[in-house]
Design a binder for this molecule. Structure first.
Ligand SMILES: *Cc1c(COP(=O)(O)O)cnc(C)c1O
Length: 390
């Protein structure tokens, strides 16, 4: 199925709603049936029938078809947040007494799910750097049920060799989950590399406008149905019809947004790599990135996120640099229209993030849809405030 068809037409039954180009927001919690018999039939397939919106909503159903197709998955569920999707995916794979191997620096709340919550239910997690597949093999125990992957990972973007790891997992009967938020399905399709469950924070690229929080889970029809009947319906972290509609609107421009950041970001990274006030750049597609070859093999195009370590003597240098940026908002997240800077210096002293191992001079960037030259000028002016020895 071609991308244009998926984005513009798949799942849209326009004859059912007056030929409207934009689908309606089916803002209803429940759906009525003409007879008891039809109601009974509806209940035999709550996942596929408009019965109650926690289970099925027609606006959300359009999204499910598109997202599953984008990820080369059989089916998909949409959640109220990426974290809700990750929680449901992980819980569907483990029970008390099981063991998980997770990459060392996943999205922070993924680590908290494993270390702070699931540990209370007798599930143990081992963290591995993940760049070397052998580390997964060595961490496997008899009770290992899940490899939790995030390639590239958050903040410093280490990659895992997805195919090698899923081959290992399959040989040991271990399930694999990949957080694919970084790449989007346009740049990386983990299911085609053997991953069982793909999860996304759709708050990022998939929606793309920084106006909703949402999550996605893609898997085989069988697995999705199991998760639907258990974690999804029980915990109930569903997307609202209104947010589903916004995400459908956001998805229309996903290919051109990804094209734009693939063009502008490497230009900006190149500028930073040659600047004396920049100590190190972390970007999977840059010349200096140690896993660049794997990035090019596994991912189709560069994306808009990278981090830099500033050549700063004090945290005050980092603050002066960040505070001076005019086009970059100081904010978390990424994937919207707007460029962002997220300094690790802001984590220091925070109750939930204060124990970070990330250096204080690290700033993560996201390149939005602005003109690359304008952003370079903004960075140049702010970098001039960092005193560097000649
Ligand atoms: C933001 C993010 C999440 C969490 O998603 P929410 O939509 O904020 O709940 C998970 N994984 C990655 C890689 C993220 O960037």
């Amino acid at each position: 199925m071609d991308l244009s068809y998926i984005i513009n037409h798949l799942g849209e039954e326009r004859e059912q709603y007056f030929g409207a180009a934009a689908p309606p927001i089916m803002q209803s919690s429940n759906f009525a049936f003409p007879t008891v018999d039809e109601m009974r039939k509806g209940l035999t397939d709550e996942m596929g029938t408009p019965f109650y919106t926690r289970g099925h909503n027609p606006t959300v159903a359009i999204l499910r078809k598109k997202l599953a197709a984008l990820e080369a998955a059989e089916d998909c569920l949409v959640f109220a947040s990426g974290s809700a999707a990750i929680g449901a995916a992980v819980m569907s794979c483990v029970e008390s007494g099981d063991h998980v191997v997770c990459v060392q620096k996943p999205y922070s709340w993924t680590a908290k799910l494993l270390s702070n919550m699931l540990s209370r239910y007798g599930i143990e997690t081992t963290y591995v750097d993940g760049r070397n597949t052998q580390e997964f093999a060595e961490a496997v125990r008899e009770n290992t049920k899940l490899f939790m992957l995030e390639s590239p990972n958050s903040m410093t973007f280490e990659l895992q060799d997805i195919e090698a790891i899923t081959t290992l997992a399959k040989s040991r009967g271990i399930a694999t989950i990949m957080d694919n938020s970084f790449s989007t399905p346009l740049n990386q399709q983990p299911i085609t590399l053997g991953v069982d469950i793909v999860v996304h924070s759709a708050s990022k690229y998939l929606n793309g406008h920084s106006d909703i929080v949402a999550g996605v889970l893609c898997a085989s029809a069988e697995r999705t149905a199991q998760i639907f009947a258990s974690e999804f319906m029980t915990l109930g972290g569903i997307i609202s019809p209104n947010d589903a509609w916004l995400m459908l609107r956001g998805l229309r421009t996903l290919p051109i947004r990804m094209e734009r950041v693939a063009q502008s970001t490497p230009k900006i990274v190149e500028f930073l790599e040659s600047h004396p006030a920049v100590k190190k750049v972390y970007y999977p597609f840059s010349a200096s990135f140690p896993q660049r070859e794997l990035a090019e093999q596994q991912m189709k195009a560069p994306t808009g996120q990278f981090s830099i370590e500033l050549q700063a003597a004090h945290i005050g240098d980092v603050e002066r640099f960040c505070n001076h940026l005019k086009y970059f908002l100081l904010a978390c997240s990424w994937g919207g229209y707007e460029s962002l800077a997220f300094p690790m210096a802001a984590l220091y002293g925070s109750a939930n993030y204060g124990n970070t191992s990330l250096p204080w001079n690290l700033v993560r960037f996201y390149i939005g849809l602005e003109d690359a030259d304008v952003l370079i000028k903004d960075l140049e002016e702010a970098l001039a405030l960092i005193p560097v020895e000649a």
